[in-house]
Design a protein around this ligand. Sequence first.
Ligand code: BGC
Length: 267
Amino acid sequence: MSTEAIGIDIGGTGIKGALVDVDTGELLSERIKLATPKGGEPEDIVKTVTDVISQIPGVAEGTPVGVCFPAVVQHGVTMSAANVSHRWIGLQAEDLFEKAIGRDITFVNDADAAGYAETQFGAGKDERGLILMTTLGTGIGSAIIYDGHLVPNAELGHLALDGFDDYEKQASYAAKEREDLSWKKWAERLQKYYSYLERLFSPDLFIVGGGVSKHYDDFLPLLDLTTEIVPARFRNNAGILGCASLAAHGAGTRRRKSAEVAVDKTN
Ligand code: BGC
């Protein structure tokens, strides 16, 4: 098994990448960050990803590559597009990246990557049981990890709650910014959100990530929950670490080529 892998995190504002030591979770290179092309169109994003990879120094040939993306990723196909161009929906995105990069990649949802990183190296390291990771950013990303095993593609940011049909629009960090909510007002929404998750899943631990988690002292103490809730250890690097690690451990969402999917449908 490889101990080094490249992780690439595609986000709404930036595409970041680095070489990662997947045993320790340390970055082995500087972090390269390029702006996400306006509109988030597939060709532009693919091009930017290849640019990021070519700028990462010290990469040995054959190093595994993990790429994470802010959408449901099933068998290499992007199935949703909450905060990127709608042209991603139903796209054989993994193939597109592989053709452009010239080798196989591991392609996963961004919050799944972040959750995996936290359980491997961060706030959930050595924790057993059910961990729910949420990332509070442009949207709300979520990952379900049970005893170290990732259950991919939980889209818990889009729960219908409190009369709203997509609660990430109320409780994401972008909603706080957009509506200029105080920590207290925002925490009232987070309270509803995490209480609901608690009712649905009875988790053992909540981990809260996203850039805003560095201000955890301003909002986590305002929440009244039965479940322990802790800030993520990694903020901006969680996606990079997680997808690099999934790539090296061969533990991404199980990949089936489109031909196999077609065969399955006939059963
Ligand atoms: C998307 C998720 C993603 C999250 C964080 C949501 O809007 O539906 O797939 O993980 O944003 O980027």
